[in-house]
Design a protein around this ligand. Structure first.
Ligand SMILES: Nc1ncnc2c1ncn2[C@@H]1O[C@H](COP(=O)(O)OP(=O)(O)OP(=O)(O)O)[C@@H](O)[C@H]1O
Length: 492
């Protein structure tokens, strides 16, 4: 024992060693402080402490980004819908607001603000959520949003296998029960879709259309919606494309609203003019959600989609000869036909499920034939001038009457005058509290149109008249249904 004590260093030796070690540490610290710049020191410190805390932490974090492999992340959407229902006593802030101008006294909607913690309980697990938003430096790139879910490491698998499916199911139920539909419009400046409440009164019951045509469209929609297995079994993308064409005021937009109300789908209304190029289009379209309608109105107004593709090409050749830069961006930056077609029936068409694409045009003849080729748009619907059946529907809607002795005179005039349902509706609305006066007003209006001098007609009207003459020869009041070999359906 005495010998062991003798071998131990004396207290003074220990103190001396400690003093020299401390001096050495101080020296190294001073040298490092001098040599390593402050920001670098901070970074090393934070990385080091992050490493340590990660190593010893018993937590696990799931990160859910807004986009997943080039398309909108459905898990993100489900969380976005689900989390506002989990606001509890531990939540200390909440975004609320309303864009429902029709109902200003309704309860505001809830949204999760960034950096707000939400605690959820599920099957004995405690789950902590936070939304992180990283602002983009470039105006045309949207801010990056991510949800972070932190749980205990030991329940990680349970979270994946039980909690996430629970979120998806709950979100689905909430979405299918939602009373209000949204209409989205693309904000080019903020590079994102912005929504407003969509409360359009148009329904199939209120549309002035031939009953067979209406029934056909409803049946077609029924055979599309909710038939995931069918589309999968036949190897087709779960999409349906409609082309609505006809003169202004024949109810194309009203039909779109009726379809949205019938299926309870949101509407994404895209103005081609706000799309910079094909890559932009791809990103915009992949940011739309399932069970929705993508509406592209007046598609003929986009020069590159319209028939004058050859003219664009001529201009391009001319430009190339002049030694100016190559296409596509020099004359008319925007979406090209091939970019669009790629989305309709190309490889990109398989992105997303249960989507309806609707194009409207007043001038089908101006569209590039490639867009009209059989099979491209599944159903082509001609929205024509008002027919006697259409007039009767409008009389019921606007005047609340099903018959009147003036109806026969109006029927006779409607058969020979090109009048749109919008014009008829307008006339009936002027005196809707006095049906007789409204009907007389309509007769007067129709007679005035009938007597309109020929020279007053614009070339466009002539073209439309010629087209409608063809329809009349085929029987104006009968619905024509043709099905091409490739499955496109033509309705007029
Ligand atoms: N077929 C119809 N049935 C009932 N109402 C109609 C019909 N067509 C037009 N209307 C009435 O006329 C208004 C304008 O119609 P709508 O905007 O749907 O026509 P459109 O064909 O889309 O016109 P545009 O080509 O100018 O966009 C509607 O708000 C509606 O009240």
């Amino acid at each position: 024992m005495t010998s062991l004590l003798k071998e131990l260093p004396s207290m003074s030796t220990i103190l001396a060693a400690y003093a020299s070690l401390s001096a050495m540490a101080m020296l190294i610290r001073t040298i490092l402080n001098e040599m390593i710049p402050k920001p670098m020191q901070k970074l090393i410190n934070s990385k080091f402490s992050h490493l340590i805390s990660n190593y010893f932490s018993s937590n696990f974090t799931f990160i859910i980004e807004e986009r997943w492999q080039a398309v909108y992340n459905e898990t993100f959407r489900a969380v976005e819908v689900y989390l506002p229902t989990r606001i509890g006593p531990t939540t200390d802030k909440l975004l609320i607001g309303s864009n429902d101008t029709n109902n200003p006294t309704s309860l505001p909607k809830r949204k999760i603000p960034s950096d707000c913690k939400i605690i959820d309980e599920f099957e004995g697990m405690t789950l902590e959520w936070t939304l992180h938003v990283r602002e983009s430096e470039k105006y045309y790139i949207p801010d990056k949003k991510t949800f972070h879910l932190t749980c205990k490491k030991r329940v990680r698998e349970l979270v994946e296998q039980r909690y996430f499916p629970h979120i998806a199911k709950t979100a689905q139920t909430i979405l299918s029960k939602r009373e209000k539909l949204n209409i989205y419009t693309y904000n080019q400046d903020r590079s994102r879709w912005e929504s407003a409440v969509f409360r359009h009164p148009a329904r199939f019951e209120t549309l002035a259309m031939e009953p067979e045509l209406k029934q056909f469209i409803k049946d077609d929609l029924d055979s599309f919606a909710g038939r995931k297995d069918f589309f999968e079994s036949v190897g087709r993308a779960w999409k349906r494309g409609y082309l609505l064409f006809g003169p202004p005021g024949t109810g194309k937009s009203s039909l779109v609203a009726a379809i949205a109300n019938y299926l309870n789908y949101n509407v994404y209304d895209l103005q081609f003019q706000s799309v910079r190029n094909d890559a932009d289009l791809r990103r915009i379209l992949t940011s739309t959600t399932n069970r929705s309608i993508l509406l592209i109105e007046d598609i003929d107004c986009s020069t590159k989609i319209a028939k004058d593709r050859d003219k664009v090409k001529d201009d391009q050749d001319k430009e190339d000869k002049d030694g100016r830069p190559d296409r596509p961006s020099s004359i008319d930056p925007g979406v090209t036909l091939s970019g669009l077609l790629n989305f309709i029936d190309g490889l990109w068409s398989s992105c997303g499920n249960e989507r309806i694409i609707i194009f409207t045009t007043n001038h089908k003849e101006k569209l590039d034939p490639a867009l009209l080729r059989p099979g491209r748009m599944d159903v082509h619907i001609h929205m024509g001038y008002c027919t006697p059946t259409g007039f009767r529907k409008l009389a019921t809607t606007y005047l609340g009457i099903k018959d009147d002795k003036l109806f026969d005179a109006i029927d006779d005039l409607i058969k020979i005058v090109d009048v749109t349902p919008a014009e008829v509706a307008q006339q009936l609305m002027i005196k809707s509290d006095d049906p007789k006066a409204a009907l007389h007003g309509l007769i007067e209006y129709l007679n005035m149109k009938k007597d309109k001098p020929e020279e007053d007609r614009t070339i466009q009207e002539e073209e439309e008249k010629a087209k409608d003459e063809d329809d009349k020869n085929d029987g104006k009041q009968r619905m024509k249904l043709e099905e091409s070999e490739t499955g496109s359906i033509y309705l007029s």
